[in-house]
Design a protein around this ligand. Structure first.
Ligand code: ADP
Ligand code: MG
Length: 239
């Protein structure tokens, strides 16, 4: 296990707009996620959960504070280096799936590796492995429009997990899934973290947060309870 945390948010602010209409989506958020750890993020709608994930993945820039991934300050990197770090080290699962409609499931999953210079053969083998883990290997050659919502979700998860992703960011990844498939997806995410990835999972369901090592709660852009007794997965299960 690495000594250096995979993800560090240090006193991060994110303000949208300015003046009277400014929205403080994140205020002074500090958070560390180490290799092997899965952290769940919970909080009401509009509390800043998606903003937190976007900032952690370098898709959105903080207006204050720092974000480090594997020790790299994301906003000190040049654009090409940030893109390369994202492709190589990070996996994203969004609420809207962002599968590319003109590519088959396996092409969607292997694309990040191919873009990163991995040989087609190796990228496709890794993609097959990832599709197998989420249980849709037999659908590898289908286009997204010929997959159900749940199958598309699983393809998106496979894409986020393919290769050696060290940081996996998932924003309500089980939204479109029935509970059995949702549990399978959570198990896959948990396995990836047990294999050494760091994970950040936004979820509304305490049943899913219970897969995490820690739960943080956001309210109006502030972490309201990062570690206390009330925030352990076990205590959530008891409620
Ligand atoms: P959550 O995911 O918890 O529902 P979000 O991170 O999406 O919350 O949003 C946090 C706050 O920031 C909300 O008040 C939202 O309206 C606002 N917000 C998010 N993105 C933008 C944006 N691009 N421009 C302006 N306000 C935004
Ligand atoms: Mg959200």
């Amino acid at each position: 296990m690495s000594v250096r945390p995979t993800l560090v948010l240090d006193d991060v602010d994110r303000t949208h707009g300015s003046g009277e209409t400014a929205v403080h989506a994140l205020r002074g958020v500090s958070l560390t996620v180490s290799a092997g750890e899965l952290v769940a993020v919970m909080g009401p709608s509009g509390s800043g959960k998606s903003t937190l994930l976007n900032v952690a993945g370098g898709l959105d820039a903080p207006t204050g504070g720092k974000v480090l991934v594997d020790g790299h300050d994301l906003h000190a990197l040049t654009r090409p280096r940030l893109d390369a770090l994202r492709r190589r080290a990070m996996g994203f699962v969004f609420q809207d799936l962002n599968l590319i409609p003109s590519l088959t499931a396996i092409e969607n999953v292997s694309l990040p590796m191919e873009l990163d210079g991995v040989s087609l053969k190796r990228a496709r083998a890794a993609a097959r492995d990832a599709l197998g883990k989420v249980g849709i290997l037999e659908l590898a050659d289908r286009f997204p429009e010929h997959l159900s919502g749940g199958q598309q979700q699983r393809a998106a998860i496979a894409r986020a997990l393919v290769g050696e992703r060290r940081l996996v960011l998932a924003d309500e990844p089980t939204g479109a899934l029935d509970s059995t498939t949702g549990d399978a997806v959570l198990r896959t995410l948990r396995d990836q973290c047990d294999d050494g990835a760091a994970g950040l999972l936004v979820t509304h369901e305490s049943r899913h947060a219970a897969w995490a090592d820690r739960v943080i709660f956001l309210r109006d852009g502030v972490v309201v309870d990062a570690t206390g007794e009330a925030a352990t997965p076990e205590s959530l299960l008891e409620v």
